[in-house]
Write a protein of this length. Structure first.
Length: 419
């Protein structure tokens, strides 16, 4: 039986990998301009980290984690996201004692066991940033600006930035009570998931994708109306800073995010036209996370972008600039007795940064020429009896079909003249 990639995973083949490299380059460049440096954490962590960090009642922890036991019976989990790992690394290396804020970016695969569909995979990729050690609303705005700058540089101007404040634990507890009071009389009208959410974390009911749930709770009290003075002022300052920076946003009372660690600012970026999974990125503050993971009481904020969804959005722009790197030169031998010489010529070309290739399958000279065409070579170097006798090489310009003989030492300059 043919073995295929597991459901919800896929291969990134050569032409596409150039798109990925391009996007990753833009994201890294922007993050570095804003003073973020790269962190690389393991692909798996102790399961407890995500249970404590992401939250035991979240969909991610209850349904979506790839958890396994290793040979020593430790419970490990393939990371479903990057924030908890960053908090763990910050604590493990006592970086909270150093220069604050600590500003990191990361990129790589994440794993969630969910029903695959367009824009939703079991192994997907995120680019994220995290900043630990400051509660300044200016930092909230900075993090959002990084996200917006990335989108703009990728040509994605049609994004929608949704913003809310989920408050601190105190205002959220207060709000929770009000919300439960409002939902209790209509709770039987909620979907199965929301009936469960309602008891564990009623805020998640606001996040439900089912219209019927939204209808059932119509007129519900908003988080915004229940924010304490400090949280409200913080949120106002974030909004003002974004406005001053020319960033448009939509205040969204329904935005609560699906991970438990959020406090205060929460945001999501949507791009219309990429299907049901339109959230290309999301993030927010998580002022209790470092403490929950066993560290000091240190605030933090960040976001993650889903690279697959960004690619879907970029595809809607209709640009087709991405292609695997072409081979520029193919070395062709008229007889296999010149194969060793071809290797020497190839070494010489490659040392001079010329993308070059030869045949390794015993093709005839004619078939080697066809192969050069298939690879998109702009020049071929021919080695035959005449060349060897005269101690030179023949260069053929594949565009105008002109051929010249050149001395070995003039090979590179002549090829560079054509390329
Ligand atoms: P998240 O909203 O769970 O947040 O994920 C961020 C982004 O990852 C989503 O907006 C989406 O584009 C992408 N994504 C999530 N799940 C999938 C999937 N199954 N397939 C494809 N793409 C997916 C977080 O992960 C937080 N750690 C973000 C954050 C960083 N908050 C603070 N700092």
């Amino acid at each position: 039986m043919q073995i295929k990639a597991p459901r919800g995973t896929y291969d990134i083949l050569a032409d596409d990998s150039y798109k990925w490299q391009y996007i990753e380059k833009v994201m890294k460049e922007v993050a570095e301009i804003f003073g973020y440096n790269e962190i690389r954490t393991p692909l798996f962590e102790h399961t407890e980290l995500f249970e404590r960090g992401v939250g035991e009642s979240t969909d991610i922890v209850t349904k979506e984690m790839y958890t396994f036991h290793d040979k020593a019976e430790r419970s490990l989990t393939l990371r479903p996201e990057g924030t908890a790992s960053c908090a763990r690394a910050l604590i493990e290396h006592s970086l909270y004692n150093g220069v604050l804020p600590v500003k990191w970016y990361y990129t790589g695969p994440m794993f969630r066991y969910d029903r695959p569909q367009t824009g939703r995979y079991r192994q997907f990729h995120q680019f994220g940033i995290e900043a630990f050690g400051s509660n300044s609303p200016h930092l909230d705005a900075e993090v959002i600006l990084v996200l917006v700058e990335i989108l703009l540089r990728l040509g994605l101007k049609n994004y929608e930035l949704h913003l809310n404040s989920v408050g601190c634990p105190e205002c959220r507890e207060n709000y929770r009570r009000h919300l439960i009071e409002h939902i209790t009389p209509v709770k039987d009208k909620l979907c199965e998931d929301c009936q469960l959410r309602y008891t564990q974390n009623p805020l998640r009911v606001l996040d439900c994708k089912n219209e019927s749930c939204h209808k059932a709770i119509e007129g519900y009290p908003t988080l915004y109306d229940n924010l304490c003075d400090e949280c409200r002022n913080h949120y106002t300052k974030v909004q003002e800073t974004l406005k001053d920076s020319g960033v448009a946003f939509i205040h969204d009372d329904n935005l609560v995010r699906g991970l438990d660690y959020y406090t205060n600012t929460a945001f999501e970026i949507h791009i219309p036209g990429i299907g049901a999974q339109s959230a290309v990125g999301g993030g927010g503050r998580y002022n209790g996370l470092v403490k929950d993971c066993g560290g000091p009481d240190l605030p933090g904020i960040g976001f993650a972008l889903g690279i697959e969804r960004l690619l879907l959005a970029i595809d809607t722009l209709g640009k087709k600039d991405f292609k695997a790197a072409n081979i520029d030169v193919v070395v062709i031998t008229m007889s296999d007795k010149y194969e060793d010489l071809a290797i020497q010529v190839l070494n010489h070309l490659r040392r001079h940064n010329i993308r070059s290739e030869k045949d390794y399958t015993g093709r005839s000279p004619r078939a080697q020429m066809k192969y050069a065409n298939k690879l998109g070579a702009r020049v071929v170097v021919l080695i035959g009896d005449e060349e060897v006798e005269n101690g030179c090489l023949t260069i053929r310009n594949m565009q105008n079909k002109e051929q010249i003989q050149v001395e070995n030492q003039e090979l590179i300059s002549n090829i560079n003249n054509i390329l």
